[in-house]
Write a protein that binds this ligand. Structure first.
Ligand code: OFO
Length: 175
């Protein structure tokens, strides 16, 4: 496959694995803080990032390209409070969206139609990724320091993680 596109897709694999690491670190932070619903949500999100990385990995191989993995940096491990963690997650998603858009531009410039088509899934996924993280931020800001509100949101996040896991399992079963 086109060398420039292949290099950019490999960089994107690294970014998705970096996201996996970041969300897993956030899961560990929430687990240690006793917020098991937030932890489950972050853990599920980490698994989604691994799935994104593997989609790119499989695509490169399907095009008879070469996957070259790169080092991952240490993730941040502590946040001031839950909203700070989610704000970091949103910043991260915005960076990923910009990277995906740059990849789409590159595929178009290089007239790599297969990669251009493949990347549309990621373009759509980023809209959802930013929306769900921003939704959590809005709720957390409204709750502020109100403990019972945080307790209820933690339960809601646990239910959301469980339903997303169930959906992912039934989709895997269908495939
Ligand atoms: Fe892979 O979408 Fe989030 O980072």
């Amino acid at each position: 496959m086109n060398d420039k596109v292949q290099a950019a897709l490999n960089t994107q694999i690294n970014m998705e694995l970096g996201a996996f690491y970041t969300y897993l670190s956030m899961a560990a932070y929430f687990e240690a803080d006793g917020l098991k619903g937030f932890s489950a949500w972050m853990r599920h999100h980490a698994e989604e990032e691994m799935m994104h990385a593997m989609k790119l990995y499989d695509f490169i191989h399907a095009r008879r390209g070469r996957v070259t993995l790169k080092a991952l940096g240490d993730p941040k491990t502590v946040w001031e409070n839950p909203v700070a963690a989610f704000e970091d997650a949103l910043k991260h998603e915005q960076k990923v969206t910009a990277a995906i858009n740059a990849l789409v531009d590159l595929a178009r410039e290089e007239r790599d139609h297969a990669t251009h088509s493949f990347l549309q899934w990621f373009v759509d996924e980023q809209v959802e990724e930013e929306e769900i993280v921003d939704d959590a931020i809005q709720k957390l800001r409204r709750i502020g320091d109100f403990g019972p509100g945080l307790y209820l949101l933690d339960r809601e996040m646990a239910a959301s993680a469980a339903s997303s896991e169930g959906q992912a399992e039934s989709e895997a079963g269908e495939g």
